[in-house]
Design a protein around this ligand. Structure first.
Ligand code: DGL
Length: 254
């Protein structure tokens, strides 16, 4: 059973991509709403939270962890010691993160090798994209401020437009041809970002790329229930998740 982990609601963009490809696959989703945001914290703190989250998922029966959270994924990718702790907590030697598929998708999408990374402060600070895309021209923009907007549903051009216009300026100056939406929450703002950057800039949704990776691994995506847990305010999480997924969702406290 897959165990999808995010710091909050944003990982549902990954769950939705998974459901579009494998509608019957069961999974357990854990949103660490008590500790969100992760993106403003240190690698040590993010590592500690991630290890605890994977332990919770393992206890609930998840055998294959899927780290939807970009902040956690980039922290693990940049810190092999934290990754080892995460694997031990999940009692597995294989976990899926969003960084590796995002890098592959960015390489496939770019025409001129000018790639923008829109992530949280911690994702940008991890430096993992500059390392893995060392042969490209990488422009990074830390945009933790967008996480709150996405959590609250303030994603329209009307609401988010003025902030996005400021934030996206470095991408326009660098004339990037591809932008990685390197935070689970940012695909929720994709339409507004697309409006501002224009159709010639490709947007990479790492969640979709991750689901392609899962498909390539021919995992036994067994049929089963979809269960949702949140570490704080599960009823609130359930209400937002129901709106996002377009069907009633219950969430339990974990
Ligand atoms: N889920 C986190 C990510 O994908 C963003 C929200 C946070 O800062 O916790 O980077």
């Amino acid at each position: 059973m897959l165990g999808i982990f995010d710091s909050g609601l944003g990982g549902l963009t990954v769950a939705r991509a998974l459901e579009q490809k494998f509608p019957a696959a069961g999974y357990i989703y854990y949103g660490d709403t008590a500790r969100l945001p992760y993106g403003t914290k240190t690698p040590e703190t993010i590592g500690r939270y991630t290890v605890a989250a994977l332990e919770h998922l393992q206890v609930q029966g998840a055998s294959t962890p899927v780290i939807a959270c970009h902040t956690a994924s980039s922290t693990l990718a940049a810190h092999p010691d934290i990754r080892d702790q995460a694997l031990a907590a999940a009692k597995t030697d294989m976990l899926f993160d969003v960084v590796t598929p995002a890098v592959a998708a960015a390489r496939a999408a770019t025409r001129e090798g000018r790639i923008g990374i829109l992530g949280t402060a911690a994702t940008v600070r991890s430096g993992i994209y500059e390392t893995l895309l060392h042969d490209a021209e990488v422009t990074q923009v830390p945009a933790s401020v967008l996480v709150g907007l996405a959590e609250e549903g303030w994603t329209s051009r009307h609401h988010a437009g003025p902030i996005l216009k400021e934030l996206l300026l470095p991408f326009m100056r660098a004339r990037v041809d591809t932008v990685v939406l390197a935070c689970t929450h940012f695909p929720l703002l994709a339409e507004s970002i697309h409006d501002i950057l224009g159709p010639e800039v490709a947007l990479v949704n790492p969640g979709v790329a991750l689901v392609e990776t899962l498909a390539q691994h021919h995992l036994p995506l067994t049929e089963g229930p979809k269960r949702y847990f949140a570490s704080d305010l599960p009823a609130d999480f359930a209400e937002r998740a129901s709106r996002f997924l377009g069907r009633p969702v219950d969430a339990e406290q974990l």
